[in-house]
Design a protein around this ligand. Structure first.
Ligand SMILES: NC(=O)c1ccc[n+]([C@@H]2O[C@H](COP(=O)([O-])OP(=O)(O)OC[C@H]3O[C@@H](n4cnc5c(N)ncnc54)[C@H](OP(=O)(O)O)[C@@H]3O)[C@@H](O)[C@H]2O)c1
Length: 248
């Protein structure tokens, strides 16, 4: 609840979820829909977003689909404009869309992959957070959640650029929280270990049953969304209880 004005009725609250077509983003969209949010679902693949929409059970007028490649420079502005034209407000932003190629050493990485990793995992979430914060400030509050990764902490070989982007996203979250807390805006970075999604290629050294599920990450998101008005979980680290990496 904002300190400056009455909160909107539950069904009037609006959440934007990037990368909502599958994996963690879909699980987050389902949880937010179950809490009566209206949604804006963003990714590049229409069929997957339509499937997410169907699973939420929300009518079309409460489940806007926006197709966008967030690694392109104009995409964050276009997405936010489309959302605001439709709903006129934003209460929750979940910057979830992310990507990394299979482990590749930095010197062997293609220049276009380097740019894409930074644009999608770091630039786009910051650009969307900036636009959301402008509107949330006008509204008297809101919540911005950034899905980072344990790669930022574990810094594995072959994931240097991805780890740098996610570490940057965590640093942005913490610094922007300091800037935006007087405006009633919560910021949180969720830092998950391995999650069983299509982002993680099949590999016999990985026990997928031991990985986190997308729903478990979505639970952490809802912990932030439902946190008391005077408290903000600025960072949540979530690791699988048992290590999915089998010893050789
Ligand atoms: N899986 C893990 O072990 C793990 C661990 C820690 C953190 N994470 C983070 O969690 C987030 C979600 O990952 P996930 O595992 O759920 O991945 P995923 O199953 O591959 O889903 C990624 C989602 O992002 C969308 N996306 C990808 N590139 C995009 C682009 N350029 N523009 C717009 N949307 C794009 C995808 O849809 P389209 O391809 O249709 O665009 C899809 O909906 C990512 O930020 C990832 O870094 C994952």
């Amino acid at each position: 609840m904002s300190e400056r004005g009455a909160p909107p009725a539950a069904e009037k609250r609006v959440a934007l979820v990037t990368g909502a077509g599958r994996g963690i983003g879909r699980a987050i969209a389902l949880e937010l829909a179950a809490s009566d949010f209206s949604l804006c679902l963003v990714a590049r693949t229409r069929d997957q977003l339509e499937e997410t929409r169907a699973l939420t059970g929300l009518p079309k007028e409460r489940s806007l689909i926006v197709l966008a490649d967030l690694a392109t420079e104009d995409a964050p502005d276009c997405v936010m404009q489309t959302l605001l034209d439709c709903y006129g407000r934003i209460d929750v932003l979940v910057n979830n869309a992310g990507w990394a190629p299979p482990r590749t050493s930095t010197i062997k990485m293609r220049a276009e992959d380097l740019d894409r990793i930074l644009a999608l995992n770091l630039r786009a979430p910051i650009a969307l957070a900036r636009l959301a914060a402008l509107k949330m400030t006008e509204q008297g509050g809101g919540t911005i959640i950034n899905i980072a990764s344990s790669a930022a902490r574990k810094t594995p070989a072959g994931e240097a650029v991805y780890a740098a982007a996610k570490a940057g996203l965590i640093a942005f979250t913490r610094a922007a929280f300091q800037e935006l807390r007087p405006n009633g805006i919560k910021l949180s970075a969720i830092v998950p270990g391995l999650v069983d999604t299509s982002l993680i290629p099949h590999n016999k050294r990985l026990d997928r049953a031991m990985m986190l599920s997308p729903a478990e990450v979505a639970d952490a998101v809802m912990q932030v969304v439902n946190s008391p008005a005077h408290a903000c979980p600025v960072e949540i680290t979530l690791e699988p209880q048992f290590d999915p990496e089998r010893s050789r």
